[in-house]
Design a protein around this ligand. Structure first.
Ligand code: EPU
Length: 422
């Protein structure tokens, strides 16, 4: 396991630039499967992450030629699908690999993809994805860990789907299935996350006809062909939130640049309520936490535009410093609390009851040796370590590399004292 060693008690200050969105990229790249053979699919502002590497490997595996230029933050994809199945090696590393079920079936009428992996943040079934596939007339069989899809009729026929929960991934699957299906499709109770809107913008630029993305009803008129793309990925709102919270827990001040502030409206509002000074500009957010007494937090993680579940583990690092009882609830992933046992090792008195945690602060945070087994847990532990007295060792840095570009370099440039040991 890779580790990061963090010396606590330094106040962060300065400016940090935010990279392209991991989750937007992982929604957009599978759409390559829908392009015409001779067209070129280019995405820019691509974050250099191990997850990016993984999706590129998946595309190469099914026959595409992937030209990845880390310096230019660009990926261009050429060619066409040569193979309709994916092997377990890359699929089990990321959740977004399940989008290839919809992408391959929409392109060729069949797909074989092993059960996907991704962060261990509780039960992550695929039932909504599967019911969407079935609504589009696709037969789905699970055979020894492999999900096999076969369209009853190809090209697919447009349909109306109602999602029992506004799942981000299942909304993406429905969009992929609908864009080239004959006729019209409606997706009701769709996820409204900015990554869905970004995906629709990219697909429309290829020639799709999608309206309503970013709302809970999406309408798609199927088209016969999708052409080339040259698209800039939106900034990563979760990376932006992480740096805002890093400034907050270290009682620092500075600004995050190259962001869309509106995408973080839930967090900005919470930070203001906590007593932190925040100013939004067109593409940046200034934060000053150097001279404030934090009021307690009362937050419910929920679908967008609510507080993201991804930020829930990070909020606890701030709750520890707030005066009074903070309550944080996760209505999206009821088990996203792996950090609780690790916080206890850092001397934090934190109580979990089902999908709630309670922290009565302020409390001192002690340095310890801890482990983060998913992206946001590992990052939450780094944030807690910033306010700790002494040197904390956090195992699981490889998870941070999955979701944060140049994390240690960006944090160090703000004055954090940390060292990564690979
Ligand atoms: N769900 C089902 N059945 C399904 C699909 C989802 O029950 O078929 C449930 C999940 O178990 C969960 C809820 O619905 O309780 C929401 O899951 P959703 O499908 O919305 O999440 P996802 O698409 O698997 C994406 C992000 C996550 C982020 C969630 C919530 C990607 C690659 N992942 O996951 O990001 O937490 O949406 O916003 O886009 C991360 O970046 O660290 C990360 C885990």
């Amino acid at each position: 396991m890779e580790k990061i060693i963090v010396d606590g008690s330094s106040r962060l200050s300065g400016e940090v630039g935010i990279s392209g969105s991991k989750n937007s990229l992982s929604a957009i790249l599978p759409a390559v499967c829908l392009k015409e053979k001779d067209s070129v699919f280019t995405v820019r502002n691509v974050p250099c992450l191990s997850d990016t590497e993984c999706i590129c490997n998946l595309l190469a595996e099914i026959g595409f030629v992937v030209d990845k230029d880390d310096g230019q933050k660009r990926i261009s994809v050429y060619g066409q699908i040569e193979k309709l199945s994916l092997s377990e090696e890359n699929v089990r590393r990321i959740r977004a690999s399940c989008l290839f079920l919809g992408a391959l079936t929409a392109a060729c009428g069949e797909a074989r993809v092993p059960f996907c992996g991704g962060d261990r943040i509780g039960d992550r079934p695929l039932d909504i994805h599967i019911s969407v596939l079935e609504k589009f007339g696709v037969m789905v069989h699970v055979n020894q860990g492999l999900i096999e899809c076969k369209a009853r009729e190809f090209p697919l026929r447009g349909t109306t789907v109602f999602l029992r929960y506004p799942s981000v991934g299942a909304t993406e699957t429905a969009i992929l299935l609908a864009v080239k299906a004959a006729g019209e499709s409606y997706i009701y109770n769709a996820a409204c996350e900015p990554e869905i809107t970004d995906m629709a913008v990219a697909l429309n630029a290829m020639g799709a006809n999608i309206t309503g993305a970013g709302t809970s009803v999406i309408h798609i008129r199927g088209v016969k062909k999708l052409g080339s793309l040259d698209h800039e990925i939106i900034p990563d709102r979760l990376e932006c939130a992480t740096y805002l919270l890093a400034f907050a827990v270290s009682r620092g001040n500075g600004s995050v640049k190259n962001v869309i502030p509106e995408h973080n409206i839930a967090l900005i509002s919470l930070l203001k309520d906590t007593g932190i000074k925040i100013r939004q500009h067109d593409t940046s957010i200034e934060i000053d936490a150097s001279d404030c007494h934090y009021l307690p937090i009362n937050a419910d993680a929920m679908p967008y535009p609510g507080m993201p579940s991804d930020i829930q583990p990070l909020l606890s690092a701030l709750a520890v410093l707030c005066k009074g009882l903070s309550t944080i609830k996760d209505t999206v992933f009821a088990d996203r609390f792996q950090y609780v046992s690790e916080y206890k090792k850092m001397g934090v008195d934190i109580l979990r009851s089902y999908n709630h945690i309670y922290i009565c602060g302020p409390q001192p945070v002690q340095a310890a040796t801890v482990t983060g087994e998913d992206i946001r847990t590992a990052t939450s532990l780094v944030l807690a370590a910033l306010s700790a007295t002494g040197r904390t060792t956090i195992y699981g840095y490889e998870h941070i590399r999955r979701g944060y570009e140049d994390f240690d370099k960006k944090m160090s440039s703000l004055g954090a004292n940390m060292l990564v040991v690979l």
